[in-house]
Design a protein around this ligand. Sequence first.
Ligand SMILES: CC(C)(COP(=O)(O)OP(=O)(O)OC[C@H]1O[C@@H](n2cnc3c(N)ncnc32)[C@H](O)[C@@H]1OP(=O)(O)O)[C@@H](O)C(=O)NCCC(=O)NCCS
Length: 196
Amino acid sequence: MCDIINDYALVDCRRISFSVVLKLRVLRSIQFSKSNTCHTFYPPIMNPNSRSGLPPGYSLHDGYVSVPDYLHLRSVSGLSSKTISQANAVSTGSWYGCYITYEEPGKESLPIGMGRIIGDGGWYFHIADMAVHPEHQRKGLGDVILKALLWKIHNESPEDGEPYITLFADEAGRKLYYKNGFVDSAPGQLGMAWRA
Ligand SMILES: CC(C)(COP(=O)(O)OP(=O)(O)OC[C@H]1O[C@@H](n2cnc3c(N)ncnc32)[C@H](O)[C@@H]1OP(=O)(O)O)[C@@H](O)C(=O)NCCC(=O)NCCS
């Protein structure tokens, strides 16, 4: 029998109109495989702080982009428009956020990707606002942002309990989330969004 100390994900899920809600339980525990081989259940969370995964010109930062940049990044990447008042609450009401800037030689550095976590810091963590500017997509930047968010939870949530990490996945992000250990939460649980 082989024991490994690792993080792994348990998941289940369901489609609701165009959204899927995904649930990730990261367990810090010793796992035993039934055969004599070790299994990880999803790729281990990598430390994004090495920042070596970023292509030249890109930098990862803790924190939040400015309100105008937030509104711009959401709309340019195809997410629904938000108001300035809504955007004002992002930096004050989130548990953690990170973003990526791009600096072309001789030009000003601009934020081109972001993601954040809304949560209580204890066990409930909801990932939101995952967005990368279309001109910078498919370079692994969304993956770096997601890993940075997961890394923060992994390191800063209480060690004596499991974090409960959720998100609603648009079509564009699903593969990325599956790749990082998320699973559909249905049929065990069905994500819901209130509609006026
Ligand atoms: C979802 C989103 C954040 C992903 O960002 P991204 O930076 O493009 O993500 P990544 O580059 O890490 O991964 C996306 C794809 O690019 C591929 N990729 C990664 N590095 C690459 C590279 N150097 N060259 C080519 N492709 C690459 C990945 O393998 C992945 O492909 P796959 O989907 O076939 O597996 C981005 O598409 C986005 O902003 N979409 C619009 C807004 C949105 O829907 N947000 C999600 C809300 S839930």
